[in-house]
Write a protein that binds this ligand. Sequence first.
Ligand code: PLP
Length: 287
Amino acid sequence: QWIFLGGEFVKKEDAVVSVYDHGFLYGDGVFEGIRVYSGNVFRLDAHLKRLYESAQSIMLKIPYTQEEMTQLIVETVRKNQLESAYIRVVVSRGKGNLGLDPASCSNPNVIIIAEELTMYPKELYENGIKIASVASRRNRPDVLSPQIKSLNYLNNILVKLEANQAGVQEALMLNDQGYVTEGSADNIFIVKNGVIKTPPIYLGALEGITRNAIIEVARAKGYEVQETPFGRHDVYVADEVFLTGTAVEVIAVIDVDGRQIGNGKPGKITNELLKEFRKLVTTDGEA
Ligand code: PLP
């Protein structure tokens, strides 16, 4: 396996980063997770836009243009001879001294990893997952924007730990006012009386690229989709619940905090949207 690191392709065993990299010392950097389906990189432009906007927001200058980055990502996939893959792009602040001031870091570190992805086992896509609301809250958007996909994912790791402790697959993260925001690394949708709802991003969710694709797909299918605030009660009494994300794609939720959702099986609309999404990902991308 070849990994792009420090301006060249190196073997996986040799892909190591300095202990003085501020990405390691302080979580100072940004990242993206991207999928390749049958040789198509799904919505690479949207992912790169988000990466460059995250970098802009934290004053991190990515040493490649978006076009160059596109080439490097495609090359990484080709070099590893992958038809379907998960790509991780990381841009860290680079090596500096031990102080947290980014001024000591002069060379941002660009890393591209492409490998086959094993997310949840197939049975969970067929049967659905359980989620639980957790005590940790989504950080407030006015303090630290959830739109910055930074290397500082401690908030999300804490909620994942809580989900693990609760014995469920994923966490339901609320904001400081108790409104539903998202999972640890995925957006949430509910379906009630045929209407599809997802939290507006201003409540504190990352504007997921899969989320946006699902909204498009659902509207094209004639469904009404509302970006509207809701609380845990609305999730408990929903007809269907599902999560979306680059890694997870679309997965049904059949239990929330011990409340069975619908008949305890993945819902009809969820399955329909998953099918449409799978169609979309093989046609909408760059080869
Ligand atoms: N929410 C968070 C916190 C994430 O890290 C991710 C993963 O990227 C998502 C949602 C889903 O976003 P996307 O569909 O762009 O992968």
